[in-house]
Write a protein that binds this ligand. Sequence first.
Ligand SMILES: Nc1ncnc2c1ncn2[C@@H]1O[C@H](COP(=O)(O)OP(=O)(O)OP(=O)(O)O)[C@@H](O)[C@H]1O
Ligand SMILES: [Mg+2]
Length: 344
Amino acid sequence: MNIIVGENAQGKTTILEAIHVLGLAKSHRTPLDAPLIREGEAFAKAQARCDLAGRHERLEVVISEQGKRIRRNDIEHPRLSDHIGHLNAVMFAPEDLELVKGSPAERRRFLDQGISQFDRRHIRHLARYRKLLKERNEYLKTLAKKKKEPDSLLDVLGEQLAHYAKKIIAARKDFIGELGKIAGTIYAKLSAEDPIEIRYEPSVDAEGFEEALRQKLRIDILNGSTSIGPHRDDCGLYSRKEPFKTKGSQGQFRTLAISLKLAVVEIIRKTRGATPVILLDDVFSELDEKRQEKLLRLLDKDGQVFITTTREGAVHPQSLKQGKVFKIHAGKIEGVSNYGPTQE
Ligand SMILES: Nc1ncnc2c1ncn2[C@@H]1O[C@H](COP(=O)(O)OP(=O)(O)OP(=O)(O)O)[C@@H](O)[C@H]1O
Ligand SMILES: [Mg+2]
């Protein structure tokens, strides 16, 4: 358990973000890479020494305009999708509220990032699907512009799209089934309120995918875009059959967002046999003391946890196992102290 304490704008979030980038080759804040590079600089780099399954490793991720490079023990790692899941990390950040309150796109990103950490095929399926979707949409526009009738190329694109769509839908369905059970249990532990229900709401069933494409063909040509498919899926959150976002309080939203993330931790733990690094960025501020205490207890297990806070007193580690407190100022760690029953 590592607590990082510092005033605003001292670099707390940046440390957690760097760990996230090392594990997932992506920031938690944005799906884009460009914002990670400081203005005027050519690249961004994160490096770490890790113990992974008992092995010492040096990890390095470099992000530049030319793309991303990953090195393990100074050796270039050729495939990005093979690296993801090597160092598992789950971030809890203020932006997570968007999981509950935000658009379906936020939830799709959350689902796919979660699945990707234990199922590398999912990353490849998503990449192929996106590419085919783009091709199909462009072709739809061409057909409309040239006033041409749908032809066999469109059929082929549709078939290929369906092939990957079915794999993505199946992976999301399994994942949400698991997620719903675990997150529900965790939410109940944290809050003792009405149970929550999490439902996969695909824009179309896997079996009916091709048929649905055919039915929507005219509209799709008119709009120059594909109206059904995994890129329009959602994951519905309910409490007593009502959408959660219409009735929850701020603290309840926060608790549900945390429960979803904790469920991902649990699923990674089960499928990978190891606890991911847990990154908690400033998530305590909206929780009352009871919820904070329960959350800390849930987290204080076998894995490594990083917590950022502006107020040292805001996190109560007294009752927990050993850990460290790091003071950060102007991007540098300035002091380290230990806590716990066997204080050194
Ligand atoms: N090591 C560093 N050297 C130089 N600049 C840095 C460093 N780390 C972070 N920064 C920059 O400092 C600013 C604040 O960083 P960050 O968001 O990590 O702060 P924070 O401590 O999390 O603040 P808050 O409490 O407001 O969330 C950002 O603009 C970031 O790019
Ligand atoms: Mg911050």
